[in-house]
Design a protein around this ligand. Sequence first.
Ligand code: UT7
Length: 322
Amino acid sequence: MIYSKIAGTGRYLPERILTNAELEKIVETSDEWIRTRTGVERRHVAAEDETTSSLCIEAAKSAMEAADVKSEDIDLIVIGTTTPDLIFPNIATLVQQALDIHGCPAFSIEAACTGFIYALSTVDKFIRAGESQCALVIGAEIITKLVDWNDRSTCVLFGDGAGAVIVKPSAEPGILSTHLGADGKYKELLYYPVGASKDLVAAGTDAVGIIMRGNEVFKVAVKTLGAVAQQALKANNMDKSELDWLIPHQANLRIIQATAKRLKLPLEKVIITVQDHGNTSAASVPMALDVGIRDGRIKRGQLILMEAFGGGFTWGSVLMRY
Ligand code: UT7
């Protein structure tokens, strides 16, 4: 049996840190409101000349170094993002070119905040089918360029970043299961109103931003993230007590706390980065994984459940032995 196994991880966060105190000067809000309602204390914001691919390239280099992998070893690149540099060519080809990799398949997957989980699940299938020996998988986002900085209900939530992993086949587990889901009936609760084939030109310089009915999203997120975790454990005949680490999408500390409570997991077993990163959409889970690995909390052989939820709605999980 072939398993997909994470051989190395990396992350990149833009240098500029935007604090809650600075946001108080931009919109009518307070550090206290942001911290108590969301758990966010600061977030990284990309510079004008940074693009999502430039974040990806740095995260990829760091994952490649951790896995001791060279450009010529990589035979597949998949990137989960909703904020690619260009409409085409796809962002994975831009990263491919920058890393001097030529000829292998390179594509992106758009599933909002679940983008990395969708990408990793897809790569797991390539590896199990014997079609990849060394894949680069990234979740990355410059979501702050989509934000309407006049809208206090959304602009305080988001941040930019990229998280990367190198995945290789292994006789030892490895990714035990992946589960993906989506339900387009929730489109109106969370979306961006402009795209390549809809109103892109008409939008011009008018303020366009993320449209979110936060409270309703919150409720479905808590319910879904709890159910997704149970689904993964049940499919593997495992009990929640066997989990070493939960790495949930980092949208809101209260959602993370509620999910942990449903699973009866102490918060000490949850990797939490929302205070430092904000909601980085597809980048949140791979960056949190990298944080946990690099600070020594996550160790080889441990059982890890990663899960995400986002616009669509989309959702998904990856249960793995690191
Ligand atoms: O990543 C994809 C998934 N996304 C999520 O999971 C996000 C889910 N939703 C949330 O995280 C929360 O719903 C929010 C953090 C977005 C909002 O928290 P909430 O506790 O649901 O607040 P609310 O939307 O019900 O608003 C409560 C009040 C409102 O005022 P009134 O109507 O009670 O007078 C808002 O106008 O808070 C007000 N408010 C703010 N006040 C200060 C909204 N944004 C702000 C703000 N500062 N930034």
